[in-house]
Ligand binder design. Structure first.
Ligand SMILES: Cc1cc2nc3c(=O)[nH]c(=O)nc-3n(C[C@H](O)[C@H](O)[C@H](O)COP(=O)(O)OP(=O)(O)OC[C@H]3O[C@@H](n4cnc5c(N)ncnc54)[C@H](O)[C@@H]3O)c2cc1C
Length: 378
């Protein structure tokens, strides 16, 4: 770490120590820890702040709330807690980043693009000479500069795009059985949509609670591994609806919940409306990493590679960063030194609010150590 990277750099007062991009449990927890470490984080929360929990109702598995808490209430509490310690939270989207030179640059406003890096390692874009301001103007948006960046942009569940799906999300429609399956204990009929391993995992989770689970799949064979398929087939309360496509999710405005699913058999052409208590969409996730493409390493599915990540690329990155004592340095750091990542944009395995918050905490602590250069003393 050279002098220009220390927190007390007087020549570049307006240069930020750290920018956090994203505002789910990972982003707000990172902001909380960074603010309490007096690093005055600037948080770009996005135009629709709060992340995935804004889409749900009761959250029963976040520790500390013995009677559960509504998802949006939890996110508001996290946001206020980070702000209480001085995190500066701006509800704008980071549209572009340049991690090819230090300090890093983050654009807000202007069109969202993945900035390409030339063979010389410099980003192709309008350069401005002023190095003394943290906020610079450009036709393509405002530019903020920071010594470190925490990316916590999360992921989005892929949706079917059928009528009723968004309307009843969190009210009979879910994308997370680990989170919501217990709410269906003793319920008569539930469905899972999808044919991959994720869908099989959802079906197994749901089969523990609901009386009956139907797996709706548009083909006549599954994409999932044989072992997962076998485990689901062994469940007496699970049946498969092959060659079936969801056309609509029906619900009751009075009861404020989904009550049925309209399914079309793409072989016979028959359309039926099936009564149900709940439906789980399990057709995959999309990590919010497009803006960072070509700037940091992503895995095959677009998740950010970090030293603590779960893919082979992440494990390889980790191996390259074991210190002399065989200890992994700055575990949440990405392929670019000084850029850290946390939560569902890295984690395709656990995808929970509490794990995302944990990642945010770890990234913040790594940033603090990185800025002060004290990691080796651990
Ligand atoms: C319907 C539903 C119910 C769930 N229920 C539960 C539950 O009960 N318990 C549980 O533990 N987990 C639950 N989860 C999972 C949990 O919500 C996620 O694991 C968690 O929110 C991930 O947190 P995160 O901070 O990584 O990202 P996210 O929550 O995805 O937040 C990322 C945020 O970053 C913003 N962002 C993205 N790109 C940019 C950008 N370029 N600039 C600025 N901001 C940006 C996004 O708008 C978003 O607000 C549920 C998920 C869903 C979808």
């Amino acid at each position: 770490m050279n002098d220009s990277m220390t927190t007390n750099d007087s020549k570049q007062k307006s240069l930020r120590d750290v920018i956090v991009i994203g505002s789910g449990p990972a982003g707000y927890t990172a902001a909380l820890y960074l603010a309490r470490a007096e690093l005055k984080p600037l948080v770009f929360a996005g135009e629709s702040w709060g992340g995935q929990l804004m889409l749900t109702t009761t959250v029963d598995d976040y520790p500390g709330f013995e009677s559960g808490i509504q998802g949006p209430d939890l996110m508001e509490k996290m946001r206020k807690q980070a702000a209480r310690f001085g995190a500066e939270i701006v509800d704008r989207t980071a549209s572009k980043v340049d991690f090819s030179t230090k300090p890093f640059r983050v654009w807000v406003g202007g069109p969202s693009t993945a900035l390409n890096v030339t063979s010389s390692g410099r980003a192709q874009d309008d350069k401005t000479d002023s190095e003394s301001l943290s906020v610079l103007s450009s036709e393509k948006g405002e530019i903020y500069r920071a010594k470190t960046v925490v990316i916590a942009t999360g992921a989005e569940s892929k949706l079917l795009g059928v009528p009723g799906e968004k309307e009843f999300m969190g009210r009979g429609v879910s994308t997370c059985a680990v989170c919501d399956a217990p709410f269906y204990k003793g319920k008569e009929q539930t469905y899972v949509v999808g044919g991959g391993d994720a869908a099989m995992e959802e079906a197994l989770a749901l089969a523990k609670y609901a009386n009956r689970v139907g797996v709706i799949h548009r083909r006549d064979t599954l994409k999932s591994s044989k072992i997962m398929q076998r485990r689901v087939e062994e469940k007496k309360n699970v049946e498969f609806l092959w060659n079936s496509e969801v056309m609509e999710i029906k619900g009751s405005k009075e009861q404020n919940k989904a009550t049925g699913v309209v399914v079309n058999n793409n072989k016979t052409g028959e359309t039926r409306e099936l009564p149900m208590d709940g439906i789980f969409i399990a057709i995959g996730h999309t990590p919010a990493s497009t803006v960072f493409k070509a700037q940091i390493e992503l895995d095959e599915k677009g998740y950010i590679v970090s030293r603590l990540g779960l893919s082979a690329k992440s494990v390889a990155l980790a191996r390259d960063h074991l210190n002399d004592m065989g200890i992994l340095e700055y575990p949440t750091m990405t392929s670019v030194e000084g850029v850290f990542a946390a939560g569902d944009v890295v984690d395709f395995r656990y995808r929970q609010a509490v794990t995302a918050a944990g990642w945010g905490c770890m990234a913040a602590m790594d940033v603090e150590k990185f800025l002060t250069g004290t990691m080796s003393s651990w």
